[in-house]
Design a protein around this ligand. Structure first.
Ligand code: TMP
Length: 222
């Protein structure tokens, strides 16, 4: 692939969407072509599946069915959005990716490891992020931030889980990041937005050297 692939992971209220967007803008300011995207979703087909999953519509069918739907959404997102962008030399900045399935459905949903591996092989194949940020905050702080962001709105399927779920989620992310230190960078996201953004930018610069990325020519529609 010609471009680079950066993912943001972590529990609820860790600031993934904010920092993915800040990084995308910063890369664009350097002249790097960027696709800012998210999971579940990121392509028209996957956005439909996102709605089914986050509304809780798939919950009655059980965690296996949810994992299959996450994989179907990911497959569509990769084929329709991520691979074409990478092939064009863009940098793809993605709010959640396959680590979310490993943690939410695998570590916490306790799904069969062979099913998880098979789904990942079918949907993701050999694609792997060049860099993954795991944004880490204590579960209680994350829940507080997520509630503030909802501003009275109702929590989605996973936000509605209890504090124990969110604490286990945090530990599962930390364990995953520790098992792949060459790809994953843990960032203390309880710090200020500016400090977190600075840490992220330093890691992107030292590991991926965006200042030397080739210019991507964007065709304007006729
Ligand atoms: P968010 O995009 O607002 O974080 O919502 C996505 C929710 O879906 C979040 O609670 C995590 C969950 N999720 C999974 O359980 N598995 C996955 O593979 C992905 C991408 C998300």
């Amino acid at each position: 692939m010609r471009g680079k692939f950066i993912t943001f992971e972590g529990g609820e209220g860790t600031g993934k969407s904010t920092h993915a967007a800040l990084l995308a803008h910063r890369l664009e300011a350097l002249g790097v072509g960027v696709l800012l995207t998210r999971e579940p979703g990121g392509s028209p087909g996957a956005e439909v599946i996102r709605h089914v999953l986050l509304s809780g519509g798939a919950k009655p069918f059980g965690p296996e069915a949810e994992a299959i739907l996450f994989a179907a959404a990911r497959d569509d997102h990769i084929q329709c959005s991520i691979l074409p962008a990478l092939a064009a030399g863009k940098w793809v900045v993605c709010d959640r990716f396959a680590d979310s399935t490993r943690v939410y459905q695998g570590a916490l949903g306790k799904l069969d490891r062979r099913l998880m591996k098979a789904l990942e092989r079918i949907s993701v194949g050999a694609l792997s992020p060049n860099l993954t940020f795991v944004l880490d905050v204590p579960a209680a702080l994350g829940q507080e931030r997520a509630a503030r962001r909802r501003d009275g709105g109702s929590p989605d399927r996973f936000e509605a889980e209890g504090i124990e779920f969110h604490e286990n989620l945090r530990q599962a992310y930390l364990a995953l990041a520790a098992s792949e230190p060459e790809r994953c960078v843990i960032v203390d996201a309880s710090r200020t937005k500016g400090e977190v953004a600075k840490r992220i930018w330093a890691a992107v610069n030292s590991r991926l050297h965006p200042a030397t990325a080739p210019f991507v020519f964007e065709k304007t529609p006729a």
